[in-house]
Design a protein around this ligand. Sequence first.
Ligand SMILES: [Zn+2]
Length: 125
Amino acid sequence: MLCGICGKKVKTKKTILNLFDPEIHHICEMCYMMYPLSPKSEMIPIEEAMIFHNSMIRGDSHVSGIAYMSFIKPYLKHYLSKYRDAIFLYLDDFKDISFLTLDSLKLGNIYLLTLYENIEEGEKL
Ligand SMILES: [Zn+2]
């Protein structure tokens, strides 16, 4: 499997415990050290519901979202176990949509997962 950022082959250290495990990550260790996963969660009240916002990477770095797709699974499990009645939205950026837009759609509770934590820029639109 190739790294989604640098394009090099992703190699994981093989031991007897993980010898036959499939490669699931799309990011190599060097790129992960440069752009580490730093999850953040917050609850944002809107007009008649709540937005459960989770972001995976701090700041507004421009790395490929494909590199982090293996990290979405824990968020999906969390959504299915605790927020099953909400709507699941995944966005790489929060620049093109704002809380006012989500609020005006009247979707109810929303479980929002974003790759970048650039929520402040999205609010300005
Ligand atoms: Zn890489």
